[in-house]
Design a binder for this molecule. Sequence first.
Ligand code: UDP
Length: 247
Amino acid sequence: MSVHSKLYEGKAKIIYSTEDPEILLADFKDDATAFNAQKRGSITGKGNMNCIISSKLFQELESLGVKTHYVDSLKPNQMRVKAVKIVPIEVVVRNIAAGSLCQQTGLPLGTALKQPLVEFYYKNDQLGDPLLTRDRILLLELAKPEQVDEITHLALQINQFLIGFFQRCDITLVDFKLEFGLDSQQQILLADEISPDTCRLWDTSAANDPDRRVLDKDRFRRDMGNVENAYQEVLNRVLKAVETNNN
Ligand code: UDP
């Protein structure tokens, strides 16, 4: 496969064109950023680990009928994806209160939500990814009303799958962020990645230990140490769960 030019370099991935205009190559980097890129660093092996975790989760979702941008993965840190126009909305689903939900509402960290909460944030670094309302999405024409409905439905469906999948990994899915894109037929596909960079994942068997339970990017954000080990642990458990599922 010949790779042509670098189309875009984001905080965690580089996107290259391929010989097929419908297919792009996503190259996952070890670079890590937090707090709107005010904190920068590197997590050794993260590119490989996030790409493999995301590939496995996309494959599992595809087998359940959820359409994703995933095509295949020929190298550990590279994923071939369908070219989509990214909807500039970060869709966050929460099962347990953490992060900005606690900061903005006063809900104590770890509060189990009675039902999953779906939130939308404007994918706009200059504005600091502000929280959106449905009416603001329509006002800014970021998506059409029926697209907002479909994205909400998909986000909840993906949440149900991920809760169950991670349960089998002895991991509690606290919250996560999704991005969606439109393909050339205007179909909505799940895009970007699902990884410890974009999910809060707590080790269920260490649920009451606020340090040991954290298996995600919060270890980097909050300088908790053992970042690589946490990502590796998630990868190992995901691979084991996929293997058991397929046998
Ligand atoms: N998240 C993400 N990218 C972002 C913002 C959030 O992947 O730009 C993920 C984050 O890892 C967490 C969830 O979305 O799993 C909810 O994040 P929150 O709004 O609590 O933001 P934060 O605590 O990162 O400020």
